[in-house]
Design a protein around this ligand. Sequence first.
Ligand code: PLP
Ligand SMILES: N[C@@H](CCOP(=O)(O)O)C(=O)O
Length: 534
Amino acid sequence: MAYSCSLFHSSLASKSNFPSLHHQNHRGFNRPAPTVISCFSSSTFDSSSATSSSSNNSPSPQKDRRHADENIRDEARRHRSTAKNTLSAKYVPFNAGPDSTESYSLDEIVYRSCSGGLLDVQHDMEALRKFDGAYWRDLFDSRVGKTTWPYRSGVWSKKEWLLPEIDPDDIVSAFEGNSNLFWAERFGKQFLGMDDLWVKHCGISHTGSFKDLGMTVLVSQVNRLRKLKRPVVGVGCASTGDTSAALSAYCAAAGIPSIVFLPANKISIAQLVQPIANGAFVLSIDTDFDGCMKLIREVTSELPIYLANSLNSLRLEGQKTAAIEILQQFNWQVPDWVIVPGGNLGNIYAFYKGFKMCQELGLVDRIPRLVCAQAANANPLYMYYKSGWSEFKAVKANTTFASAIQIGDPVSIDRAVYALKNSNGIVEEATEDELMDAMAQADSTGMFICPHTGVALTALMKLRNSGIIGAGVRTVVVSTAHGLKFTQSKVDYHSKEIPDMACRFANPPMQVKADFGSVMDVLMKYLGDKAPKL
Ligand SMILES: Cc1ncc(COP(=O)(O)O)c(C=O)c1O
Ligand SMILES: N[C@@H](CCOP(=O)(O)O)C(=O)O
């Protein structure tokens, strides 16, 4: 498919009755406000999520109480500042040189640069820098735990760094983000000899995966585009099951049609039922994810269907907030390592971008080393890394229990390489045995993770064994989906029904006759095995 400067163009629209396609304070204060704020006394931000420690400005619960006939959107509107917004963002070619002048408004429908390369959302960093790091830390911290629209969302609590110009009325949010940063105490100690291991549970989320973080941003922007009468009839994606779930849920919440292309028989039942239940138009296509991705790219260049995959750089703006959240949850201390499972490879770049923005804007003084973990059955990035980044070759992705990363031709390969090179990063891989064992081991310590998180944990185990990651260093493993989406893989594993897999940590249920003696026998044996050895 040729992209002519990739501005959304439709031959079909011009022939049919589709609309024409040619058009293309707020302050958080746990501490005194940084002096820089006084230069912006007509604040860039609204006042609804601000709390102040200064006595003459302290919030009055009665006065600020929501009016009886208001909802939280109305309330936010009442509090909104009339001051001019000084922040902005635009699309630019990804990793463009300093001489590049190519850029697009976020209100344009564009996914690729003139040369066919990836795009990136570029913020006006000078405007953001007018506020110092302490200001941003305080602002973001002040929004946690409140129900204020839209800042209750872990994503929109960073609104100024995402879509600074969007009207909060256009935002479509399920108050995603603010996910648990779980201290993996027992897993770390028992299997890795680590006591500072953390799992960022991005999958404990509205639709059960980290995709919600990006989708709230993308669907909000689509909502805005539709209000601006831009030609967006629906939103579409190719998916291995999580993007489609998030897309269909957010679109359903906003009343926007969604269309999802799924590789037939390659996603879990739980994932399949999500877009069906949310009223998406579901196409089950007899190909793999890469085949679906190719088709959706072709279709979205012909029809007024907005592309929701992470090729669209808007998605990564939302996903980058998980990195900012990790720093926030550690009280703005930087972990040493962050390990992310990779498939289409948008997320590893999103993490890099989130960390890097925090460094550039003075919230932290360094960034973590990143690890991207792939399934050995779908490992084009790993192969590229092993070749010393000499030659990238797409692969035919083979079946893997980590089905959401069964991707052989990742669209964000360039973004991933950039993120890894600039974070002194590493790529690792996990065989099917390794990832399933790691998942079972993690589950045995009280987690209930997805196979993709098993891939990331395998990478950690390998890096611990080789001594690259030391025992005492603070490490975060990103868990990308909820384990309940992948119960069949756990059932297969614990039933030891997987051909050629030892299933070393299987814990099958015991069949027992319905009589007291039989039950006592098995219990006595079980308890005997568990008795502490004296
Ligand atoms: C559960 C899960 N984990 C990891 C990934 C990989 O993310 P990315 O495609 O951004 O590399 C995906 C999707 O690809 C996913 O659905
Ligand atoms: N795992 C993804 C694959 C597509 O990734 P995307 O981030 O480019 O949408 C999925 O769940 O579909």
